[in-house]
Structures are given as structure tokens and as C-alpha cells.
Design a protein around this ligand. Sequence first.
Ligand SMILES: *Cc1c(COP(=O)(O)O)cnc(C)c1O
Length: 417
Amino acid sequence: MRWTLPPDQVPEAWFNVVPHLPASMEPPLHPATRQPVTPDDLAPLFPMALIEQEVTTAPWVDVPGEVLDVLRLWRPTPLVRATRLEKALGTPARIYYKDESVSPAGSHKPNTAVPQAFYNKAEGISRLSTETGAGQWGSALAFASALFGLECMVYMVRASFDQKPYRRVMMETWGGQVVPSPVDDSASPGSLGSAISDAVRDAAGRDDTHYALGSVLNHVLLHQTVIGLEAKRQLEMAGESLPDVVVGSCGGGSNFGGIALPFVPDPSVRLLAAEPMSCPTLTAGTFEYDFGDTAGLTPLLPMYTLGHDFMPPSIHAGGLRYHGDAPLVSNLVKSGRAEAVAYPQGKVFEAAITFARTQGSIPAPETSHAIRAAIDEALAAKEDGEQRCILFSYSGHGLLDLSAYDDYLHGRLVLEA
Ligand SMILES: *Cc1c(COP(=O)(O)O)cnc(C)c1O
């Protein structure tokens, strides 16, 4: 019930979905001129290698050897069949999950933090700035920065900075510096959008510093395709051909994209993104050009958005509280190639508890959105009497989210939010 690959089987090229998209991508626009952004516009923030990956149409992009060496600290990650969960649900479906929680930072996010740190170091940058919500991305980048000898400055959403000290301690343990955001308004609880503004301002103001984004952009989703590429091979080892449905929780889209994009060329495979009802970007947002941050400093991206000044309620799945969504994921949803579903957090924690009491592992609240969707797919298969194959991304563990479990177990969580 568990399929592993040896370290020399980490994919040596990332999968680029762009040549396989059902509709062509619209370009990002300059925030002032509203003309397509040029590589020169982005050069103060990103290394040229990542700017090239942002626009490449090559079907595969080689993974540098130094990046493979670091990814092999925990990759390939296991593929696990959730047989005990299947039994508890009484479903004829086969449920598999790709366990991204085994990375040093405890989520899928180091898959892109490592190449981003590598390319910045290779182009002579000595310091990175970034934002973090609950701290998953900030800890991934602090970890990667430590391995490549970079300084790492993290602007952490103030509500999380005040309430969730352990992720901050992880970042500091890896040598990162962490400050609450917004920096200019200590009364505001902050949002991912405003923390991005702080981090972009920092990088734009210093020659030694670049900015790193943990989700949304094409190059981030490209790096995350190692998840789906490994899963495809492991499903074959498990005797499966293709899954019927691939599920991922979706904040900015890198986790969902990472597991789903390698299946885009397989038309029989349904792709399903799970998001919170309180921040329903794909299910209730509009598709239009919008800024990636609150202050309007980033390029305008063609995406589903709730508006760049949207202030999501402070639900526990901090990693899913983003007003927009990756242009690649938005493209797939708009064209009908991918579907989306939204859940209130009561339904999400109910699924998390079912998973913990059958499979044992305690999932991150973000991950539990995918577990909810996978369970609902398995129950639908039971209803229809069909032996479907379901694959989902177990994007992170919940061992630093226990206060949310405490709230749920003791009736303090707003179930409908
Ligand atoms: C950040 C995060 C997500 C959401 O990832 P996106 O790339 O922003 O969609 C999901 N699960 C976990 C555990 C996370 O940390």
C-alpha cells in the first residue's frame, strides 16, 4: 500500500503545461502602462533564469544538478494507498495520496524554494525577500536559503505572527529574519496581498536583494510538477493506468498545479481544485486582470480574483487565503479542463479527523480541503457503484496547526465559514 522510488528517480526535467493548454495564455501587464511586461521590467525582482521559465514554451525544462542534489534529501516522496480510509467509507474507489509532508519544512513548498534559491545564488544575489501567511512558504524559503548561503527576509502576516510562533521559530532556526506585516500599520491583521507589497518594496529598493513568490507564477507551478510526474510513475507501479480524478487543495495554485498539470494531456483524467468557502477565488471570483498584491505594485495577471483588496476572514487554512489564483490554473478552469469546489471549514475538519483516525497522519488544514474533496469523490463512486481511482496531494502535515484542531475539537471553530 506504499510505493517509493529511489533517490536517482527524482524527475530530471520539469513538465511545462503551456504547449498543452486548451486556450492560449494572455500576458501579464505592466501595472503603470498596461502593456505586456518585458524581461527588463522583471529583472529588479527575479533572476533571468526564472524570468525565462516564466515565458518558456519548451515542453520540458532541465532541473539543475545542484537542485536535484537538494531535492534528494526527501524526494521522491511516497505514494500511499489509503486503504483504511477506503474501508471506513465503504467505497469501491481506490484512493491514493502523494505524501509531500515529508519535506524538511513539512509541505510541498520546498519543491520551488530550492530552485528559486539556487538560481538567485547563481546570478550573484545574496539576499531574498518574501511574504508568508501561516508560515509554510516562509519556512520553505528560509530552509532553501540556508542551504545556498542566502540571507532570507520574511514579511509574515501579522495575525499569524502574533498567534503562530512555531513557524517563526522554524524560519529563525534556518537563519531567516521574520517581521510582522504590514510594516507601516501595526493595528492591521494583514493579508497575503499586503505582505507581498512589503516584500516587493524591500527587493525593489536593494541591489543585493531579489523577491521570491511561493505560488501563482508559471515558474512556481513548473517546479511543482515533480509531484505529478513522480505520482504517474508510482501509480503504474501500483498497477493503475491513469487516475479517474486528481485532487489538490488550491490557494495560489502551486500545489494543485504540481499534481494536476502533468495529467492535462490525458483527457480522461478529471482535475479538481478544492478551496475554502470563505476565500472562493475559483468558484465565485471573476476572471479578469488584477494585481497580485494589495498596493498594486506587481504586474497585472489574467486570473480568477476576488479583488486585490479582498480581506479574507481569518480561517485556519492560512495558506489558502489569497485573493487570486495562478493564471495557469485559472486558464484550465475557465476553459473547462479543470473543475473547482469550495468547502466551509467545518466540513474540512470533519474530513481531517476521519483521515487522522483511519490513516493516522494529521493533515494541515489546507491539505484537508483536498481530503474532503477526495472523500466526496469516493462517496460518489460508492453511490454510482464504480471502482474509480482517486489521486490527491497530501500537501503538508498539521503538526504546527494543532491550535486549529483544538478549536475544532472543543467547539470554538466557526463551522460555516
Ligand atoms: C501553501 C499550502 C497549500 C496551498 O498551496 P498553493 O500553492 O498556494 O495553492 C496547500 N497545502 C499546504 C500544506 C500549504 O502549505
